[in-house]
Design a protein around this ligand. Structure first.
Ligand SMILES: Nc1ncnc2c1ncn2[C@@H]1O[C@H](COP(=O)(O)OP(=O)(O)OP(=O)(O)O)[C@@H](O)[C@H]1O
Ligand SMILES: [Mg+2]
Length: 504
């Protein structure tokens, strides 16, 4: 009997989208019981391979082999039923069904008419409780359409964890999770890997996480396998970045403090004053031009403040004043016309215009501000400039956003604001899914905007990022209450974890 040494082996995989050749004979194999990091830059082909393994798209060439539970054969071209579960990068839930239905339905083999709601609820609560018991009980009967991005991420992960699959394909599953949730997810994955021999293929651009959870890594570069099943203990961060084909950047070094702070607390933006005051019970914070204000903590707290700043909600617990005048924006367009830019963290639902070409996506904010409805010639020129400024690799301005990778779509959302010079730019996890080299580019762009006098408000679940960029941080506790304001040298990962109630 010729038993496959791996749970799954992809060999010589070839895939092109029209003229774009993505996978050019790529190999990757995953063994039972291992957490396997699948690494590569934005647009390298990671999501494409995951879709091929899980049967969502077809390959042009190469072979897939899956170990079978039946002892008779060595391997098979298709996996056993239900042996693979996926958490896809852009999430795939059914919005008009409840959380319970979304989690339990894939396990059902009987007809819909025999669907047992009580059993579904039990299954869903158990699955969600692996990560967050309080959320499990609060969310189980809600419609997925009403959940935030963060909550949908939890549901999708719970569905995969509960599936009983022997191979989990996780395409950036932690991009929306808080530090505490990530810890719990990792604990569950470890337990399933050790106790049940679960294999996990894990995509992430967060080096710290990769080191924390993964045993081995495979790196994709130029459509081929640059590093094949190498133990993470025997490869350095710099080697990983190098093998991904990215510019050599020192990702661990912090820039000196004095490079971070720019103007004083009431600096000017081309001669006009620019101050922002945010008040709620127990907090009164005023910041000026050039400030990079970080928001730290689980989503509820930062979200309420960002909603008030961007006109999503004018009636919540926050009072906002700009240049000494109270403001309450009734809708996002009003905030945008008053110089407040916003990059939503919910790329797929609130950022990208999926049915419109890239050029419309780049011009979207300018059109809202200028009340324009039709495409202008200048937008094409501007669009080309913006693609160039952010080194966005797209076939053409007229292609749909679906033709560029997740991290590259994220750059479109930032590019929208580059030419508009907002006085306040609110960023909700703006580097979500962005690779290590590109993160550097985004940090530089944001620093430049601040240096020119913009106020930046930046929410991130990645504390290392806040520690590196921000000169002031407003920390929120898990109940969404603002707890403290940290300044300059107080801003480090340990302090942030402590201030947000995440300390171990
Ligand atoms: N439907 C499509 N049509 C045309 N090109 C596509 C399509 N889907 C993906 N591509 C291209 O295939 C390449 C690989 O994309 P993929 O999404 O697999 O990258 P990735 O490694 O997952 O990147 P990221 O880290 O940004 O998520 C990219 O150059 C992308 O532009
Ligand atoms: Mg991807």
């Amino acid at each position: 009997m010729n038993k496959l040494p791996y749970l799954m082996a992809a060999r010589g995989i070839v895939k092109s989208y029209g003229p774009t050749s993505v996978l050019k004979g790529f190999d990757l194999s995953v063994a039972a019981g291992e957490v396997h990091a699948f690494l590569g830059g934005n647009g390298a082909g990671k999501s494409t391979l995951i879709k091929i393994i899980s049967g969502q798209i077809e390959r042009d060439g190469g072979s897939l082999e899956f170990a079978q539970n039946r002892a008779s054969s060595g391997g098979a071209e298709t996996p056993d039923e239900n042996s693979i579960a996926v958490v896809s990068q852009e999430l795939a839930l059914l919005p008009h069904l409840t959380v319970a239905e979304n989690i339990a339905l894939p396990r059902r083999h009987r007809a819909w008419s025999q669907f047992n709601g009580g059993e579904a609820r039990r299954i869903a609560v158990d699955a969600l409780s692996l990560i967050d018991p309080a959320f499990a009980h609060a969310a189980v009967d809600r419609l997925v359409a009403d959940l935030s991005l963060h909550e949908r991420q939890l549901v999708e992960i719970a569905r995969a964890l509960d599936s009983g699959a022997s191979l989990l394909l996780l395409d950036e599953p932690t991009a929306n999770l808080t530090a505490g949730e990530t810890e719990r997810l990792f604990a569950v994955l470890r337990r399933l890997a050790v106790d049940k021999g679960l294999a996990v293929l894990f995509v992430s651009h967060r080096m710290r996480e990769i080191r924390q959870i993964a045993d081995v890594c495979t790196i994709i570069r130029n459509g081929q396998t640059a590093v094949d099943r190498v133990a993470l203990t025997s490869i350095t961060d710099a080697e990983i970045v190098d093998q991904m084909g990215q510019a050599a950047v020192d990702i661990t070094k912090e820039p000196p403090r004095d490079q971070r702070r720019r103007n004083g607390s009431t600096g000017t933006h081309a001669g006009t004053p620019n101050t922002l005051r945010m008040q709620t019970e127990g907090i009164d914070l005023e910041i000026g031009a050039g400030t990079l204000l970080g928001l730290a903590g689980p989503p509820a707290g930062p979200e309420a403040l960002m909603d008030a700043l961007t006109g999503v909600s004018s009636t919540n617990e926050w009072s906002i004043a700009r240049n000494g005048m109270a403001v309450a924006y009734r809708r996002p367009s009003a905030a945008a016309r008053d110089g407040i830019g916003f990059v939503s963290g919910d790329r797929a639902n609130k950022g990208i215009l999926a049915n419109l070409p890239i050029v419309d996506n780049l011009a979207a904010s300018a059109r809202v501000i200028g009340r324009k409805r039709t495409v202008r010639d200048t937008e094409v020129t501007d669009g080309r400039d913006l693609l160039h400024a952010l080194s966005i690799r797209a076939g053409s301005l007229w292609d749909l956003p679906a033709t560029i990778s997740g991290g590259t779509q994220q750059k479109l959302l930032i590019a929208r604001w580059l030419k508009l010079k907002p006085t306040v730019l609110v960023l909700e996890e703006p580097t979500r899914g962005v690779d290590i080299g590109t993160k550097r580019e985004i940090y530089t762009l944001i620093r430049e905007m601040a240096a020119q006098g913009a106020i930046i408000v930046w929410w991130s679940t990645e504390y290392v990022e806040l520690a590196e960029l921000c000169d002031t941080v407003l920390a929120f506790d898990p109940d969404g209450r603002p707890t403290s304001i940290l300044k300059d040298t107080q801003i480090n990962e340990a302090e942030l974890a402590h201030a947000t109630g995440m300390a171990a």
